[in-house]
Design a binder for this molecule. Structure first.
Ligand code: PHE
Length: 349
């Protein structure tokens, strides 16, 4: 009788092993193997369930069943370990595959960017003038009334002050420079009585309506040469040389009489319109000419304020607007694009 029970239990163990092995083969995740373990090998599992019947066997029959049960357990535990190792390996492989970098893919194009148009215009101007022996001289953007006007031959109340709408600060007598010309005084006072040849680039500020042609903040590049026997012809020669290099050899230029309190005589320089070559177009307002700068022979009083004896020394000065020049050069129809930070402007030129 009990032999039959023993056979039955051994049969059950064999069946359990078969079932467990089949089930384990289908376990595809760590979680599935844990479920499998609790179903077959845990204390509440099927193996324990079978062994609970051991009590119905005689003492002589128990050892064989116990031995087989232990073997089945060992085999299944081994199989579980192998299965778990295989699953861990497969998961690792999957992660590796998902995160792998395909080095054969083409690279993403790099956007290198460009220099701002104002910066480019300034650098072109620096290159041309430094080659002619001009030094670059830095002077302040916040100035006194004295430097911005008085020492440039515009005492308080001088009507020519109206040519520049000024941003005053809350400190009396302190203002944002309306042009780079006060830098002339700084340079002269630093170098007098030595001869000088300088350009003074920098930002200027004007309390003006912002329009397509003028911003309230903009750059100027001032030029100043002081020495003995400097004449108006030197001014013309330098500026024509500049225009040839900036706009190409042979670009027609003209000087028109003008007025500035700190130069005498004073002129403005035009070049033949880059777009229509003098025929007339919207860029030159159908005049055929583009104004690029103001200039003149330094007024004797200004030389004196700078520390030079005007009976011995003479000089010329000019002031140009690099944004205005770039506007013309690249046919940009609105100066406000320069400082609104739209990269499409940079891509256009
Ligand atoms: N400072 C003048 C302006 O802002 C330009 C200028 C400079 C004219 C030097 C003559 C000499 O309009």
């Amino acid at each position: 009788m009990s032999n039959i029970v023993q056979q039955d239990i051994l049969q059950q163990l064999k069946q359990l092993q078969k079932d467990a092995e089949t089930a384990l083969a289908h376990a595809k995740s760590a979680e599935a193997t844990r479920n499998w373990y609790s179903e077959y090998l845990s204390r509440k599992g099927r193996l324990t369930g079978i062994l609970r019947n051991l009590g119905s066997l005689s003492a002589a029959e128990r050892p064989l069943v116990g031995k087989v049960a232990n073997e089945v357990k060992a085999v299944l535990e081994n199989a579980l370990q192998e299965r778990q190792a295989a699953i861990a390996q497969a998961e690792l492989e999957a992660v590796r595959r998902a995160e792998s970098i395909d080095v054969t893919l083409p690279g993403r194009p790099q956007n290198l960017g460009k220099l701002h148009i104002t910066t480019r215009a300034l650098r072109d101007i620096y290159a041309i003038f430094t080659a002619m022996g001009f030094q670059i001289y830095d002077s302040p953007e916040v100035e006194t009334d004295e430097y911005n006007f008085q020492l440039l031959n515009m005492p308080p109340g001088h009507p020519a002050r109206d040519m520049w709408d000024t941003f005053y600060t809350t400190t009396p007598g302190l203002l944002l420079r309306t042009h780079t010309s006060p830098g002339q005084i700084h340079a002269m006072r630093e170098y007098a009585p030595e001869p000088i040849r300088v350009i003074l680039p920098g930002k200027c500020y004007r309390y003006e309506q912002v329009t397509a042609r003028s911003e309230s903040m903009f750059y100027q590049v001032e030029g100043l040469a002081v020495g003995k026997h400097i004449t108006f012809s030197d001014l013309k020669g330098v500026l024509i040389n500049f225009a040839n290099q900036m706009y190409g050899e042979g670009r027609e230029a003209r000087f028109r009489k003008s007025y500035f309190p700190f130069t005498e005589p004073s002129v403005e320089m035009d070049i033949a319109c880059i777009l229509c070559n003098g025929k007339g177009c919207p860029i030159c307002k159908y005049t055929g000419w583009l104004e690029i700068l103001g200039a003149g022979v330094v007024h004797p009083r200004v030389l004196e304020y700078g520390g030079y004896d005007p009976t011995e020394f003479s000089g010329f000065a000019f002031g140009m607007g690099p944004e205005r020049m770039a506007l013309q050069k690249y046919s940009i129809d609105d100066i406000r694009y320069f400082y609104t930070n739209d990269v499409r402007l940079l891509e256009r030129v």
